[in-house]
Design a protein. Structure first.
Lengths: 264, 298
């Protein structure tokens, strides 16, 4: 594994996560599903780290664990040197790590005004709100008037901008994007990707970008980890993996990227 | 965003409004004193200031109906209030911890109460604590708790799996804040619908209890008791049973229609499905999009 320069912000070791299906028999316990089987990774400060894999490969599970939204069955996760597994007070994590979710239709509360949505991380952490909402909206390219409206009054791309504004609200150090452009129209994907890239440069953020699409990851990230069936099968600099995939699964994934020639 | 006004909403709303207006007006004005017994007016036919006639004690039927609406609404509001204030929080707790022991306990106790007939509970309470409007209201309310708990739990579970709850957790929100700021506003419409339907059931239950003599006590007018008092004259003077019966039926119908109408108007699930269909129609899906792009390239 190529170890990039700089101290790791996120360091995960031997993560496993076992889900148990609801029992279908009185005598036997529910079937166990091994979503993660011993995943280790390390994300350096300022790095743009991509995680690729098909649906069911465990990338969403991994992401939830990294964000402290779920607990691993075993393993350890250190965020900026502090262990987060089993810790109750995750305020430092909530402050420094924010998430942009896949579907902006469901990641914004339909009953809340944009103002309250964007301010939520601030309010939740008792940080001053002040004029922050207007600044954030401006930063993601939305008019200040958007603050008084509801999510359903915006298009998919605009909603994702609102979600990004919310993620930036507490001035995090790490931004985690879960399939952040997959639910969007092809035409606005590029815009949102560029916005993300610009914001990451401007704020010096570390990015963890989860996607099923290697070509999108290549566009945004420097390093990449390829996941399949709960394991990282290959990782390294994104250009190397793209040019010379070593693992058969990566090759399959690469072949799945639609190309113009392929379609013609 | 919201659905269009539908027939159920309009008709139901009108019927409910009529009951509410009758009840409110009865506070300041009724054609006659609804409790004044006057042998001279006994079984007086409709007409001449007595719109719907008078009963066997000479009391004006129309005035009694108006004041009876008051009792009906009073019972409905208190019973539904008890049910909602107990049932909704319990259901939300159960829905937010779907696999915990607390959730199991709440729902099993819920099943227990649900299995107990409301009228039986009311008769029992009446026998122990004395029959009256208050006992009836409490009994109906307690018996309606499970309905609210179930609706609240199901709706909460739907809300809890959405990304905006995850986003709120990632933002650092605690359980109480998530319950109050995200779950409650998003399940409110379902609870309102449930309240409307429960209201109809409460009206019916109060009428039944008053009919049996376990509800509102004389001389306070109540639609159920008007029915009961008209029983012996059912064949000689059927109108005495007809009017309160019609009032009960229309009020129950009104609240049921209002509930159904509100469901169509507010239901977030229906709305989401409608939206999704519209959205997929607009974007046409990723495959078609890609192919279209290619044909344009050519």
């Amino acid at each position: 594994m190529a170890m990039p320069a700089g101290t790791p912000v996120i360091e995960a070791r031997d993560l496993t996560r076992v889900y148990r299906r609801p029992r279908t028999s009185l005598t036997r316990p529910g079937e166990a599903v091994h979503a993660l089987k011993g995943v280790s990774l390390s994300v350096a400060r300022g790095e743009r780290y991509g995680i690729v894999g098909e649906s069911g490969s465990g990338k969403s599970t991994l992401l939830r664990l990294l964000c402290g939204l779920d607990r691993p069955t075993s393993g350890s996760i250190r965020f900026a040197g502090q262990e987060i597994v089993g810790r109750r007070d995750l305020r430092f994590l909530r402050n420094d790590l924010q998430i942009v979710f896949q579907d902006p239709m469901s990641s914004l509360d339909p009953r809340m005004r944009v103002r309250d949505i964007v301010a939520e991380p601030l309010v939740a952490q008792r940080l001053p709100v002040g004029t922050r909402v207007a600044e954030l909206l401006d930063e993601v390219g939305l008019p200040a008037a958007a603050a008084e409206r509801y999510p359903h009054q915006f298009s998919g791309g605009q909603r994702q901008r609102i979600a990004i504004a919310r993620a930036l609200a507490p001035a995090p150090k790490v931004l985690v994007a879960d399939e952040a452009v997959s639910a969007l129209d092809v035409s606005v994907r590029g815009q949102i990707l560029n916005l993300l890239a610009d914001l990451i440069d401007a704020h010096g953020l570390t990015l963890v970008f989860v996607s099923h699409d290697l070509s999108v990851v290549r566009h945004v990230c420097e390093s990449v980890a390829v996941m399949s069936e709960g394991e990282i099968v290959e990782s390294g600099a994104v250009d190397e993996v793209w040019a010379e995939p070593k693992h058969p699964y990566t090759r399959t994934l690469l072949r799945a990227v639609p190309t113009l020639e392929g379609l013609l | 965003m919201r659905g269009r006004m539908n027939a159920g909403l309009i008709v139901g709303g009108t019927l409910v409004a009529l009951v509410v207006i009758a009840a409110l007006v009865s506070f300041v004005w009724t054609p006659h004193d609804p409790t004044l017994v006057d042998a001279a007016r006994k079984l007086r036919e409709p007409g001449g200031g007595y719109l719907l006639g008078a009963d066997k004690f000479g009391r004006d039927t129309f005035s009694q109906l108006m004041v009876g609406a008051r009792t009906t609404l009073y019972v409905g509001i208190v019973a539904v209030g008890i049910a909602a204030l107990i049932g909704a929080p319990l259901g939300m707790i159960a829905g937010m911890t779907p696999h915990g022991w607390l959730s199991e306990l709440v729902m099993r106790v819920n099943d227990l109460v649900f299995a107990f007939p409301a009228l039986l509970l009311a008769v029992m309470l009446g026998a122990v604590y004395g029959a009256g409007t208050l006992t009836a209201m409490i009994a109906i309310g307690v018996a309606t708790v499970p309905a609210f708990a179930r609706v609240a739990r199901a709706a909460t579970m739907q809300v809890m799996v959405t990304d905006y709850i995850l986003a709120a957790r990632a933002a650092g929100r605690g359980r109480m804040a998530i319950a109050g700021r995200h779950v409650l506003p998003n399940i409110a419409s379902m609870l309102i619908v449930q309240a409307s339907v429960s209201f109809a059931i409460a009206i019916l239950a109060e009428a039944a209890l008053s009919f049996l003599g376990f509800g509102t006590r004389p001389p306070t007018p109540s639609w159920g008791r008007m029915l009961q008092e008209s029983q012996e004259l059912l064949f000689s003077t059927p109108r005495l049973a007809l009017w309160p019966g019609l009032a009960i039926a229309l009020a129950v119908l009104g609240f049921n229609l209002l509930g159904d109408g509100l469901r169509d108007y507010l239901d977030p699930k229906l709305r989401r499905i409608r939206e999704r269909t519209r959205r997929s129609e607009r974007s046409g899906g990723p495959t078609k999009e890609g192919l279209r792009g290619v044909s344009e390239e050519r």
